[in-house]
Design a protein around this ligand. Structure first.
Ligand SMILES: [Zn+2]
Length: 468
């Protein structure tokens, strides 16, 4: 399951693409009285009205932004959450730098297309600026990159360093006015930041959603007044929904220590937790240790599910594996814990390094799938598609960015090989067909092509799994 929800441009149409991510905007909170612009646009879209959007698991910012710019699931791009256990350093670390990404981004593809395509990024979160940066020759940055670090002190949040939405949209406007990008990626962080701090149902979060909707409305109004609006497409989406924390943060490491399972260690990631074998002791003993940890986890009031990344011969073989229980999560990657914990609603899983234990709102589990996805294109009024909860997965179409050269299933030789169990989207596979560069067409080209992907058509991707 990749992102799903909307698709915008018929194949062959030329357009500028603007992708706006309202970070943490739960589709259940897209309401007429709070977010009238998004709500109306969702309903009135000509293309995919009332479309649904699916986030990838875990429903974390980094994993979903990686999917948005690569078109593949975490099993392929390797951003399996916001954090991972670092075996070399012996501690958790953040996951999501440019060097962590294992597949090409749309920015890299645009460069390699050799057709003068310009890309730009304006993101409120500095960590996303780091994710979208260049990594030597293997990953290329957008032509223009702005993040919260460039904002003045009064234009960003003091604690997180995230730029306020109005500032980020001002940067986006500047790019459109002066740099003429063919593809512009925008991340608005206010809704996420306030929902973490105060809870997604708080009055502060409601007011923030109202203000962000107004800011997006003003941005769209400015855009529609421009002469190039007729060749512009807007997609507005979110990376995940939100849950209110109603219980104390859960530390599974305490349970492991009480039961002398100290060869295992947990990395908390909001609604998900990764349990790693940090000191392997042989297949039989490891299988038993993980089996014991799973039994303990399922006895905890905070835990809804506990699943193995690989089949466990000491506990039913494949019976309790991620692939068996949730084949659509596509989390079979070595960075994922040997045992994956899924928290119940109202709970979050933390570790010793976590800064999240005091958050009032968080996300990461399957209940935060709902995100919103909207699209607008040169209509008299914005044509927008947004998303609703995953449970109603009757999305009429899907959106995914996929490497045309690799059909979303393999990676460039310069990137490390990764295991890909299945392909999940092919929408953009014809976006940059190989052709020799033509400098004469440099500034006149607007070629971001999409092909429609109907549900079930993902088998059109020619998958060629490679080993880890
Ligand atoms: Zn997020």
């Amino acid at each position: 399951m990749a992102l799903a929800g909307c698709l915008l441009i018929p194949r062959g149409t030329e357009a500028r693409m603007i992708l706006i991510v309202v970070d943490g905007l739960d589709a259940r909170e897209v309401l007429d009285d709070v977010t009238p612009t998004l709500a109306r646009a969702w309903r009135e879209a000509r293309w995919c009205p009332n479309a649904r959007s699916l986030a990838v698991m875990p429903t974390r910012t980094n994993s979903n932004h990686a999917t948005l710019v690569t078109g593949v699931t975490p099993a392929a791009h390797g951003i399996t959450g916001n954090a991972v256990w670092d075996f070399e350093m012996g501690r958790p670390r953040k996951l999501g730098t440019a060097s962590d990404l294992l597949t090409e981004t749309i920015f890299t593809l645009a460069h390699h297309a050799g057709r003068g395509l310009r890309t730009a990024v304006a993101v409120g979160k500095p960590k996303l600026g780091a994710m979208f940066s260049a990594d030597g020759d293997r990953q290329l940055a957008p032509d223009d990159l702005w993040d919260g670090r460039a904002a003045s002190d009064s234009s960003r949040d003091e604690i997180t360093g995230y730029a306020y939405d109005g500032t980020t949209l001002a940067a986006a406007r500047a790019f459109l006015e002066h740099d003429a990008p063919d593809f512009l990626f925008v991340n608005l962080s206010d809704v996420d930041r306030v929902s973490h701090g105060w809870g997604p149902r708080s009055s502060q979060a409601v007011e923030t959603r109202r203000r962000t909707d107004a800011a997006v409305s003003a941005f769209v109004a400015w855009l529609t007044a421009r002469s190039d609006w007729s060749s512009t497409t807007i997609v507005i989406t979110a990376d995940h929904g939100f849950d209110t924390m109603t219980n104390h943060a859960f530390r599974f490491d305490d349970v492991l220590a009480d039961n002398h399972l100290t060869r295992l260690v947990t990395v908390g990631d909001g609604g998900m937790g990764h349990v790693y074998l940090r000191a392997p002791a042989g297949p039989v003993r490891d299988a038993r240790a993980l089996s014991a940890a799973r039994r303990l986890a399922l006895a905890q009031p905070a835990i809804a599910e506990a699943l193995y990344r690989r089949p466990n011969r000491a506990d039913g073989g494949t019976a309790h594996s991620l692939a068996r229980a949730h084949p659509d999560w596509h989390l079979e990657h070595p960075r994922v814990g040997d045992l994956v914990l899924v928290a119940k609603p109202g709970y979050q899983i933390v570790d010793g390094s976590s800064e999240e234990a005091k958050l009032s709102g968080n996300h990461g589990g399957p209940d935060e799938f709902p995100s919103s996805c909207s699209a607008g294109r040169r209509p008299k009024h914005p044509e927008i598609v947004t998303a609703s909860p995953r449970r109603t997965s009757d999305a009429p179409c899907r959106l995914a960015w996929v490497s045309p050269r690799h059909s979303g299933s393999t990676v460039a030789p310069s990137l490390r090989p990764i295991a890909v169990a299945s392909c999940t989207g092919c929408v953009l596979r014809t976006s940059f067909p190989p052709q020799p560069p033509n400098p004469l067409r440099h500034r006149n080209v607007r070629h971001v092509h999409f092909t429609r992907l109907r549900q079930g058509s993902s088998r059109a991707c020619h998958n060629s799994p490679t080993r880890q």
